[in-house]
Design a protein around this ligand. Structure first.
Ligand code: COA
Length: 334
């Protein structure tokens, strides 16, 4: 059996910075409330006409990752694209990436696992490389949240949290001892509606939405039971990190760097405390980007690597929890 490793990383965020103060001018919120509850100071939003889309941001991140991996785009055997905000209902965004990158044909899979999307996507890529079927897999997490948020006071508990951006990783067959050690994935559909966007969908088409003429809780905007999500997140993050550590005979002291999905700074701080990790062993950047869902881990991993915080031989732990509910972890030796 082969092993896979991350050979190249890249990220892209739109230039347009939206501060908490900017949001307080269009809805009833405040910098103080947002920072105290989430740690977020600002996030990036696509600006109409700036040429970005979910897939196109993914392409920009992917180009950097491919260059750093020192491979050619035509060496890519598979694209795995994770998002909850695809360019189209169908087809998936992976095929758009394949086209814009100029790869004539290659398989492209879209993964729809929201905040856990990048962990799921890494796991899919890892399996294909382990079996020997593919050598180089391009994994992308990208989100264009701003296009679909309720930017009024009605939607403030959700819309202040989320931001746009993309991260990418090239996974390649490993020729040395750096490798993905394990991935663990979970879901619990019992809570599928607690963090969701119900319509338009095959269960809820636009005419029905209009006929119902809802004044509140409009189903074509995201819905979130924030407190329920918080309660489950702190439990599942801990469980799935421990599951990964146990599977590899590792202890919390062996973690060189934990990169939690950037859901909320308070959730990250809770996990940090639980695993008794010093500040330099946990990477957070939610303060600058908000929650970018499937893009948050690859953006954070790329920045940590660019800042020299990821070193050869380090044990890196990636973990996520989100809509579904879904959750997962990935432990790798750099
Ligand atoms: N600005 C100002 N006030 C806001 C607000 C905002 N953006 N959003 C909600 N409020 C108000 C509420 O209306 C409520 O007012 P009330 O007391 O008059 O009814 C009050 O703030 C408290 O709301 P509540 O929802 O209880 O706040 P909270 O402490 O649970 O914080 C979250 C809300 C969303 C920040 C928090 O629940 C959370 O972080 N949950 C996890 C979310 C998450 O991680 N999601 C991504 C998963 S991957």
């Amino acid at each position: 059996m082969y092993s896979s490793k991350i050979k190249g990383l890249g990220k892209y965020v739109p230039e347009n910075i939206v501060t908490n103060k900017d949001l307080s001018e269009i809805m009833d919120t405040s910098d103080e409330w947002i920072q105290e509850r989430t740690g977020i100071k600002e996030r990036r939003h696509i600006k109409k006409g700036d040429g970005n889309s979910c897939a196109k941001m993914g392409v920009k991140a992917a180009k950097i990752a491919i260059e750093r991996a020192e491979i050619d785009k035509d060496d890519i055997d598979l694209i795995v694209f994770a998002t909850l905000s695809p360019d189209y209902y169908f087809p998936g965004s992976g095929v758009i990436v394949q086209d814009v990158l100029g790869i004539e044909t290659c398989p492209a899979i879209d993964v729809r696992n929201q905040c856990s999307g990048f962990i799921y996507a890494i796991s899919v890529a890892d399996q294909f490389i382990k079996t020997g079927m593919y050598k180089n897999v391009l994994v992308i997490g990208s989100e264009n949240h701003s296009g679909g948020l309720d930017m009024t006071t009605r939607g403030r508990n959700v819309s202040v949290i989320f931001g746009d951006g993309a991260g990418a990783a090239v996974l390649s067959r490993s020729e040395d001892d750096s490798k993905i050690l394990s991935t663990h994935l979970h879901s619990q559909g019992q809570y599928s509606k607690e963090l969701s966007l119900i319509g338009p969908s095959t269960q809820h088409w636009v005419p029905e939405i209009i006929a119902e003429n809802p004044q509140e809780n409009i189903p074509y905007y995201p819905y979130m039971d924030g407190q329920l999500v918080f309660k489950h997140a702190v439990v599942r993050f801990s469980e799935v990190i421990n599951e990964g550590l146990d599977a590899n005979d590792l202890k919390k002291e062996d973690i060189n760097l934990l990169i939690p999905h950037q859901a909320n700074l308070r959730i990250s701080q809770f996990i940090q405390k639980k695993f008794q990790l010093s500040d330099d062993r946990v990477y957070n950047n939610i303060q600058r980007y908000g929650n970018t869902t499937a893009a948050s881990i690859p953006i954070a991993l790329t920045e940590a690597w660019e800042e020299g915080k990821v070193k050869k031989g380090d044990v890196i732990v990636l973990a996520a929890f989100g809509s579904g509910f879904t959750w997962g972890s990935c432990i790798l030796k750099w």
